[in-house]
Design a binder for this molecule. Structure first.
Ligand SMILES: Nc1ncnc2c1ncn2[C@@H]1O[C@H](COP(=O)(O)OP(=O)(O)OP(=O)(O)O)[C@@H](O)[C@H]1O
Ligand SMILES: [Mg+2]
Length: 337
């Protein structure tokens, strides 16, 4: 749903975000001149014009058309043949070229899903190639590990990182920044929207809008309302993720320490989500000890922030807590979902 970059500017982190979306229009609908003067991001060929990013969403409402998405289930969509050139432009918009070819860029990538037949290798290699074209020293990091980099510096990058995204939910268990276990689940915000739409008869777009606006989960909602359906599917999603986590943990022998858990991603934003997740985690009998559950400071930007910290760590080769606040020059960014 989103392509986000994080870049260091002194003490501050600058985030840039674009919707990973596009919309087809006839060349006659809008003159190119108008698009150029209003700095709208677009591409044009024999098939007409495609508006990209945030503007695709804006114009989709005006023209009552559908905004299409280059990615599906957390990877480049096989159903959209133009996905790659479109993402190239959106990525360029959030990253820009680098003048310094040694500048480290970390791109987040999902782990292979364990509940659907899907492979992330093609997506990973495509995103790497796409950012290398912009002259970065591009590397990839697991989305769940990026959450650990962002949120668990105070715990020496040891713990469980969970990112509830749109297409996927990513989970990584790490000890001192080394992954012990990494997987994704083929369900996230899109799955919640689809299920809630099917059960209430509302369109998926309508459900997404309600979800992003209302964003509150509790047991008091009216049965039969979209909020009621959202509640049910959020509950089901969390239980499903924890059930798979429990199964995966049974296959490894992690060190005997208490692991903190960090939860991030756009789908963790609703009020009440964190409490629901925390309660279920504590009751889950996972077979590892959990010290505490922490909420990402900025759930939507957490993965991008983790990529930035990973890149700084890479540049200095010392993964210590002090890097988190380091204000020196590295200009490093994150470029996918
Ligand atoms: N305020 C909100 N309340 C509830 N859900 C929200 C809110 N804002 C965004 N979302 C949902 O969060 C999801 C997007 O989150 P995020 O940006 O973390 O995903 P992504 O990284 O683009 O997806 P993926 O990781 O699967 O590739 C979407 O399903 C969106 O509808
Ligand atoms: Mg994501």
């Amino acid at each position: 749903m989103n392509i986000i970059s994080a870049d260091r500017n002194g003490e501050d982190i600058i985030f840039k975000r674009q919707r990973n979306a596009f919309m087809q229009i006839d060349s006659s609908d809008l003159t190119k001149n108008m698009l150029d003067t209003s700095k709208v991001l677009y591409i044009e060929d024999d098939d007409g014009i495609r508006l990209l990013g945030e503007d695709a969403f804006k114009f989709a409402t005006i023209f009552e058309k559908e905004a299409r998405r280059p990615m599906k289930h957390g990877i480049v969509s096989p159903q959209e043949k133009e996905a790659i050139p479109i993402m190239q432009l959106i990525v360029e918009r959030v990253l820009g070229n680098t003048k310094d070819s040694k500048e480290v860029l970390y791109i987040s990538t999902p782990a292979d899903p364990i509940d659907v037949d899907m492979d992330v290798l093609y997506h990973k290699k495509t995103m790497e190639a796409l950012t290398k074209r912009l002259k970065y020293d591009a590397r990839v990091i697991d989305e769940g590990l990026a959450v650990i980099y962002s949120e668990l510096a105070d715990y020496n990058f040891t713990g469980l990182g969970v990112s509830f995204g749109a297409g996927l939910t990513n989970v990584t268990l790490a000890y001192m920044a080394s992954p012990l276990l990494s997987f994704s689940i083929g369900r996230g915000g899109d799955w919640i929207d689809e299920q809630a739409a099917k059960s209430t008869g509302l369109t998926k777009e309508r459900v997404t809008a309600t979800k992003e606006k209302v964003s509150s989960l509790n047991n008091q909602v009216t049965v039969g309302s979209p909020e009621g359906a959202l509640n049910i599917y959020y509950d089901a999603l969390i239980s499903y993720v924890i059930e798979h986590l429990k199964k995966r943990l049974a296959h490894i022998t992690p060190p005997e320490v208490a692991f903190p858990v960090a939860v991030a991603g756009g789908s963790s934003l609703p009020k009440g989500f964190f409490e629901m997740f925390e309660k279920k985690m504590k009751n889950a009998k996972l077979g590892v000890e959990l010290s505490k559950v922490v909420k990402a400071k900025d759930p939507l930007n957490s993965v991008a922030r983790g990529c930035l910290i990973a890149a700084q760590t890479q540049e200095s080769q010392k993964p210590t807590k002090s890097q988190k606040n380091q204000s020196s020059k590295p200009k490093v960014k994150k470029a996918t979902h």
